[in-house]
Design a protein around this ligand. Structure first.
Ligand code: TTP
Ligand code: MG
Length: 354
């Protein structure tokens, strides 16, 4: 297969960036979106606030303790959606092969783009400039021969950065890469790998594919491939789905049901973005919700809601309340989804992070 060129872009402190763009008095203060008055959780915060240790999914009270001068504003999803649409349409002017992962993040396959001398680095530079000028927020970009490396690269020089992994640099780049950076490696897998003396992809390479498969099954093979910087997944513009869902794992557990309720709006927005793109006008049959607690026990609940158009926060709240019996139990992951009415079309399951 010819060498792919993939760009991954991710907006910097996205919701906070939109707020700072629209209100100059917010630009030079530590700012969090959500968690106002100590209630609910922070959806995101600007980099000034991050310097104090404030993070996404942190309860407002804790954020304020870490950062006494923290300014908070309530989330305004319609404004973030509008900014997202502008960003995505700039990306789509470069190529049709754009795969958004959420409101603020997308992969582009630019292998066949001839503009900008065919240089993905120049293209990424151009996209960053245009978004800053036309949308008024900054994006970070990663350029690499595949999705997995491009996504890591976009994070490498964040915020407002560009990082390029050229094909002949892949070997050196992955060798020092910590296993925590690999897709699908959370706390549990990381702990198992550490117990085997594995900290970096170089260590993973040394361990070898046989041991990895023996210990981790299918995931072991994926780990081996990623440790060598390989990833064959293509950029997918749209597929026929029988269900569409989004989920989010929180870097810090959500403390209780009230905190879960405050993140539902942004999950519903991400879900509707995916619905519009992947399954426009497909008749919805059911809504479902998924929750994983801090002890990793996972529960789902689904309810028939025939022909609902754009499921919103209020459509999911009753499911959440039905599913959660203990309001004080810490939550690690939340997911929302829809199932479509059966038809004869070929089906593919879609997941946000597959
Ligand atoms: P991210 O891209 O994860 O974060 P970010 O853009 O705020 O910051 P950066 O990329 O510079 O590290 O998420 C994009 C948006 O999604 C974020 O602005 C707010 C929303 N979000 C939540 O509402 N809750 C969360 O727990 C996370 C991680 C994000
Ligand atoms: Mg972002």
């Amino acid at each position: 297969m010819p060498q792919r060129k993939i760009i991954h872009v991710d907006c910097d402190c996205f919701y906070a960036a939109v707020e700072m763009r629209d209100d100059p008095t917010l630009r030079d203060v530590p700012l969090a979106v959500g968690g106002e008055g100590g209630r609910g959780v922070v959806t995101t915060c600007n980099y000034k606030a991050r310097a104090f240790g404030v993070r996404s999914a942190m309860p407002g009270g804790e954020a304020r303790r870490l950062c006494p001068g923290l300014v908070t504003v309530p989330p305004d999803m319609p404004r973030y959606r509008a900014a997202s649409q502008k960003v995505m349409s700039i990306l789509r002017e470069l190529t049709d092969l754009v795969e958004p992962l959420s409101l603020d993040e997308a992969f582009l396959d630019v292998s066949d783009v001839t503009d900008h001398k065919g240089s993905a680095t120049l293209m990424a530079r151009y996209l960053r400039e245009r978004v800053e000028k036309e949308v008024g927020i900054t994006i970070s970009a990663g350029v690499a021969p595949n999705k997995f490396l491009a996504k890591i690269a976009s994070d490498w020089q964040k915020p407002n950065g560009l990082f390029v992994v050229k094909p002949d640099e892949v070997e050196d780049f992955v060798r020092e890469l910590n296993v925590e950076k690999l897709f699908g490696v959370g706390q549990v897998t990381a702990a198992k790998l550490h117990a085997l003396g594995v900290k970096t992809c170089g260590d993973l390479q040394a361990l070898g594919v046989d041991v990895l498969i023996e210990r981790f099954g299918k995931q072991g093979y994926r780990l081996h491939e990623m440790a060598h910087g390989r990833d064959e997944r293509s950029v997918v513009v749209s597929r026929i789905a029988k269900s569409v869902s989004v989920e989010r794992t929180f870097s810090q557990d959500l403390p209780d049901l009230a905190a879960c309720e405050t993140v539902l709006a942004s999950l519903a927005a991400d879900l509707n973005l995916r619905l519009a793109r992947k399954a426009k006008d497909k008749p919805i049959h059911k809504l479902f919700i998924k929750i994983r607690y801090s002890d990793f026990s996972t529960h789902t609940l689904e309810r028939v809601r025939d022909n609902i158009k754009e499921p919103e926060l209020d459509d999911y709240l009753p499911l959440l309340n039905e599913l959660v019996t203990n309001r004080e139990r810490p939550v690690r992951l939340l997911g929302l989804g829809v199932r479509f009415r059966n038809d004869d079309a070929p089906v593919t399951q879609l997941r946000l992070f597959d």
